[in-house]
Design a protein around this ligand. Sequence first.
Ligand SMILES: [Zn+2]
Length: 295
Amino acid sequence: MIEKKKIRCIFCGEHKESSREHIIPEALGNRYFVTYDVCTECNNRLGSEIDAPFVDDFLMRTARKALGIKGKQNSLPNIIAGTYEVDGGRKIRVDDEGHWSLLPAVKEENGAVQISASSKADGIRIVEENVKRRLKREGIEWTEDVRAVLMKHLKITEQPVLPPETLPQRSDFRAIYFGVLKIAYEYSSSILGGNYFNDEIAKACRRMLNNPSAASFEEIQRYIHHVPAPKDIVEPWTNKYHVLSLMMIEGIIGMDVALYGCHAWNFQIQISDCASNYSFHSPHIDLVPIAGGGG
Ligand SMILES: [Zn+2]
């Protein structure tokens, strides 16, 4: 039996078993760019509290789908698929190609039962199932005669449902900023080494990442900015790499995270005010290949 390596976790600071942590989430196409300085517990917690809301955000899902980045189940994320409310409180189900259908609904009012369905046949099927269930509860058998009575009393009106005018979506920039901050913190920790753990900015970032619900959006924006990069520095939609770079300017260490190598998805993160604490001189740039990214 091989004993797992013990590390000091860069998130909880405890000496624990190492785990394999993707510096950029796997869902964004990163297969091999990993750190082993995160314990299993923190890895799992960060996965559900930071990574999942980040990669599942509407804008991230759109990019993943546009670039053909398949997830763990080897499928592309859905973008607009879901259930939406349309006129009169009726609900429709929409698939990712934009096809929609009325969701069956049963409404009971003053002893009358009203069924909504997308077709006459569907409506009849739902009514039959509904009546069968009720009869069974009363110990009454379902027969062709019962069916005939039911059909005689059934009143069908056709009421067209108009196609939806909009399919409202929302993007959560807070989730995106947290996702990027985590990338920056893990990357900086791996480049700057164990000393970085005690950096004042590292402490602040760690505190927010360890308890994201307690951190305000204003607080996180003190350290991270969405700054679209000039197009001559980062190619628009290279589709091949995420670009991470760490650099020192006048005693300050800063980082750029260009998701998808896209100038529009470039973030700048403050890493340290005390560059002299680290033996760090020349800029570090890493291109993280996007697997499945059509490249
Ligand atoms: Zn930990």
